[in-house]
Structure formats: C-alpha cells, structure tokens
Design a protein around this ligand. Structure first.
Ligand code: FDP
Length: 314
C-alpha cells in the first residue's frame, strides 16, 4: 500500500507557479519565469509540428515561413513584453539590446532556441535564459537574480534557480511544468565528459586535461547541443562539459550573455563550478553582447583540474 497524500500535496503535483509562490519569490520575477514557461508551449509546438525550413522560404501553403529560432525569439519576446515587468531584452537572435519598458524591474538575456541546427536531425534543443535586476544586461553573471533553461527532448523539462537551489520540472499532459526534484546537487568529481570543438585544435593544456579524464576512465557523452549536454551533467549530478579555447579560436565558441552565464549560475547553485580555464565565468564583465569565452563547467574538481592543466601547459 502506498502512503496516501492529501490531494495536491505529492511533490509531482507542485507546479512551477506554486513552487515559486511557496518560496516567496518576488511576484514580478515569478511572472517573468511563468511567462517564459508559457511561451515554451508554443516553442514546443513549433518544434514538434512546424515545417522544417529556412527563413525567407514559404511553406506548403505559400505562406512566409520563419526559421524555428527566429520564430522562437518572437514568441518569447512577445510574452516577455506582455509581462509588463521587463525593461530590456537581449536575444541571441537580435544584434542589439532592445529597450522595452522604462519602468520594467528586470532585464533579460536569452538564447531562444540553442542548437537549432539539431532540429533538422531530430536531436534535443533548448532555450536558455538569464534574468537581471534593473535595465542593464551587460553585467557580470554573478549579479543575475535568476537563470533557467528549457530542454526540448523526448520530454520537455525546465530547470530554474533564483539563487536558492536548482529545481527541475517536467511538462505534463496539460502542458504544465510540475516538480520533479528540488535542490539538485553535483558530486565534486565526475565520470562523464562532453567535449566541444575539434580535438586537433586543442592547446597542449586542454589536450593534457582530456588525457587525464580518459586515464581516469571518464566516458564521452556529447550530443552537440549545449542545453542537453549541460542537462546531462547537472541531472546525473556529475561530469564536465567543455568548449575550450582552440588554437585558431582563442575565445572558444559559446556566448557569455546568452549561454554561459545562465548555465554557470545554475551549475554553481548545484555545487559545481564554471571557468574559462583561468577565471570564474560569473566574474567576467561582458565586453559586448556577442562576447565569447571558453568554458569548463561541471563537477568542481574536474573544473579545477582543467584550470591546473591550462596554467601548467598553455
Ligand atoms: P549550434 O551551433 O548547433 O547552435 O551555441 C550553439 C551550439 O550549437 C551549442 O548548442 C553547442 O554546444 C555548440 O554550438 C556546438 O558547437 P560545434 O558545432 O562546434 O560542435
């Protein structure tokens, strides 16, 4: 016999809004996070049922068709503007910061559909979001008040933190996010690694680091999508993702504002670490909206090991 619960009290029945309310999060911040969760329903529908195509082409019916990343950007932007509490929006899809509402309490930096090239091959993609107080997104990531991502995999899941633990939700049949687990914690050392970038372009320090991971028996787990790759490390509670500096790409590939800062915030909240190989990701002041940095993120001993190899050999 299972223990009986009062209706609505089992962990699986706590939805996102209720979770935020019970934690007494700021009402406007709750609103922003819930708007993003609502927007993701439309993004999901676009991914699942939309015609595959590129921007500027027309669909079967001769209608103008948008690429999924452009469409996802519009969906999110519309909901965020609708929330009434956002002052500034920076989107990976738009090459300037958009001023929305002078009285808005929060500003937001997001990648509406990260890894969109993976949609064509039916692999998982995601939305990444960082939220700041005030009207300035060009801040160090450590000033973020909340971060979240949504993973569009076989299931849709949402992981958020407001600086008070990291919590995972899964979308149910009614397209509501319900709590899966609270306060996710990462082990200090891992046995999986997810390495981006071409290996023959690795620097000696990075090459030594990868060799040390292989020597300790770490297994390769790489999908090529930043959100699913980070999610794997976070939900397994161990391991490391990296997109290092390459010999011909000293700043790596991934963007600080839209990709690295929100993920660094979440992984640190779970007891992990995130570094560019020399310094903490969340301490870096963005020089522009497209600022890129190398990244080593995950179990903290693995990140420390990467920093050590880089200090020694690069
Ligand atoms: P994509 O170019 O497919 O959009 O930031 C974008 C990203 O994918 C990440 O999701 C992923 O981690 C990385 O780039 C993969 O880069 P490589 O193609 O160089 O492996």
């Amino acid at each position: 016999m299972h223990a009986s619960h009062e209706p609505g009290t089992t962990p699986f029945q706590i939805d996102l809004r209720r979770h935020l309310r019970e934690r007494e999060e700021d009402r406007d911040l709750t609103r922003v996070i819930c708007e993003i969760a609502t927007a993701s329903r439309y993004v999901i529908n676009a991914i699942r049922t939309g015609d595959l195509g590129v921007a500027g082409t027309s669909n079967l019916y001769g209608e103008q068709q948008l690429a999924l990343d452009v469409l996802s950007d519009r969906i999110l932007r519309k909901r965020l503007i609708h929330s009434g509490v956002i002052s500034t929006i920076a989107s990976e899809e738009v090459d300037e910061v958009i001023s929305v509402n002078l009285n808005g309490k929060y500003s937001i930096a997001y990648d509406p559909l990260d890894g969109s090239s993976l949609v064509d091959v039916n692999l998982a993609v995601g939305t990444i979001v960082g939220i700041y107080r005030g009207d300035d997104v060009m801040q160090r990531g450590r000033n973020m008040v909340a971060a979240l991502y949504i993973l569009y995999g076989p299931r849709a899941t949402l992981v958020y933190s407001t600086g008070n633990g990291v919590h995972e939700f899964a979308m149910n049949a009614l397209m509501e996010y319900t709590l899966v687990q609270e306060n996710i914690q990462m082990q200090p050392s891992g046995s999986i690694y997810s390495p981006g970038g071409q290996r023959n372009k690795y620097t000696p320090g990075v090459e030594k680091f990868v060799a040390s991971l292989e020597e300790k028996g770490a297994k390769l787990r790489y999908s090529g999508g930043f959100v699913p790759d980070i999610n794997q490390v976070l939900i397994k509670g161990q391991g490391l993702f990296m997109y290092p500096h390459l010999q011909d790409l000293p700043k790596g590939k991934l963007r600080l504002l839209y990709e690295l800062n929100p993920m660094a915030f979440l992984i640190e909240q779970a007891g992990g670490a995130a570094s560019n190989g020399r310094e903490r990701i969340l301490d870096i002041l963005p020089e522009g909206i497209d600022h890129r940095e190398p990244v080593f993120i995950g179990s903290k001993n693995d990140v420390a090991q990467a920093e050590q190899s880089i200090a020694e050999f690069d």
